[in-house]
Design a protein around this ligand. Structure first.
Ligand SMILES: [Zn+2]
Length: 172
């Protein structure tokens, strides 16, 4: 398992629309394992493949690390099949949008289908943090970041801050 560098905004690669995985092969399982390692190394709770530069519809989420035991869940080709009218607001952050957190409103409950790491079709109904996290990560597969959900003013402030931080990093 390899920790791979995580892309940060602004980066045009993060706007790519990822493509479906044709078959869940060992190559995909290696990608999943690398994503999990990269996510843990960065202390995140979710990661989309595009965040390490791979434009495939693969997510890894780990919300309840119990007693330090790792149990990352892979969601391959995930699709929302139903979303509630009721919404929920969570303060979101993103490993690709460092140092910025803001409230985002999304459907409170969703139903989704996906393939697990063995290529088996699964369905789930999610609420709370998992519902938000899944929607945030699925957005990445369509090239959308959580700051794209903010007001135009807030988004432009965020982009300015990110651009500045990146320039400072490059000249450091
Ligand atoms: Zn994110």
């Amino acid at each position: 398992m390899t920790v791979r560098p995580i892309l940060t905004a602004p980066d045009p690669r993060l706007q790519a629309v990822s493509t479906d995985v044709d078959a869940v092969t060992d190559e995909i399982r290696t990608l999943v394992d690398d994503m999990a390692e990269s996510m843990y190394a960065a202390d995140g709770i979710g990661l989309a493949a595009i965040q390490i530069g791979v434009a495939k519809r693969v997510l890894v989420i780990e919300l309840d690390k119990k007693d330090g035991k790792k149990n990352p869940v892979a969601y391959i080709n995930p699709k929302v099949t139903w979303a509630s009218d009721e919404t929920a607001v969570f303060e979101e952050g993103c490993l690709s949008v460092p140092e910025i957190w803001d409230d985002v409103e999304r459907p409170a409950r969703i139903k989704a289908e996906y393939l697990d790491r063995n290529g088996k079709k699964q369905t789930l109904e999610a609420d709370g943090l998992l519902a938000t996290c899944l929607q945030h990560e699925m957005d990445h597969l369509n090239g959308v970041l959580f700051i794209d959900h903010l007001s135009r003013l807030k988004k432009s402030m965020a982009v300015r801050k990110l651009t500045k931080a990146k320039k400072l990093k490059e000249t450091a």
